[in-house]
Design a protein around this ligand. Structure first.
Ligand SMILES: CC(C)(COP(=O)(O)OP(=O)(O)OC[C@H]1O[C@@H](n2cnc3c(N)ncnc32)[C@H](O)[C@@H]1OP(=O)(O)O)[C@@H](O)C(=O)NCCC(=O)NCCS
Length: 145
């Protein structure tokens, strides 16, 4: 992962370490680096691990909007565009697509920053998920207005 040099204390990011080509129309909701325990024998990261991270990342904006407890009701679409490798720094960017009566649907894009010597960014995953606001009994409740 790129480091901020010791003389960069002004609070201004050095352009050479800024992430490249990441979306600016979405919110960054999670950053995580997969570990060797998350990989298969080929060194690629398990799809199930990525799905779990996307579920966590996707819940951030719906939980804010619902102002309380939510559950995942549906994974409407999930595309693994490129494999993820150990050492990739994954950034999860989310956008709210629809706010319904009791549900919120989000689109999540996952980007991998890789190869620190020749830093570049690759879109690895895209997904669409729906979350439902629930009450204490686990029943759907209205999204607050
Ligand atoms: C989520 C849950 C509370 C919904 O209960 P329900 O009685 O089916 O609720 P409804 O039919 O009234 O649907 C509630 C909302 O979910 C939406 N929804 C239901 N099924 C859906 C599906 N397959 N895809 C997308 N949205 C769906 C409905 O459109 C509705 O949204 P709206 O109110 O904004 O229009 C219930 O299905 C549940 O508890 N599921 C288990 C959730 C869970 O454990 N998730 C974690 C698994 S890892």
């Amino acid at each position: 992962m790129p480091e901020i040099s010791s003389d960069d204390r002004s609070g201004e990011a050095d352009a050479s370490i800024a992430p490249l080509h990441l979306p600016d129309d979405r919110q960054l909701v999670l950053r995580v680096m997969p570990m060797p325990a998350d990989a298969n024998g080929n060194g690629d990261i398990f799809g199930g691990w990525i799905m779990a991270q996307v579920d966590l990342a996707g819940a951030v904006l719906p939980a804010r909007i619902a102002k309380g407890r939510i559950v995942t009701v549906a994974v409407n679409q999930f595309i693994f565009k490129q494999p993820v490798s150990i050492g990739d720094l994954l950034s999860f960017y989310a956008k709210v697509e629809r706010i319904g009566r009791t549900s919120v649907t989000v689109n999540v894009e996952v980007y991998a920053e890789r190869d620190p010597a020749n830093l570049h960014v690759v879109k690895v995953t895209e997904a669409n998920l729906t979350y439902v606001a629930i009450d204490r009994d686990g029943k759907p409740r209205l999204i607050p207005g």
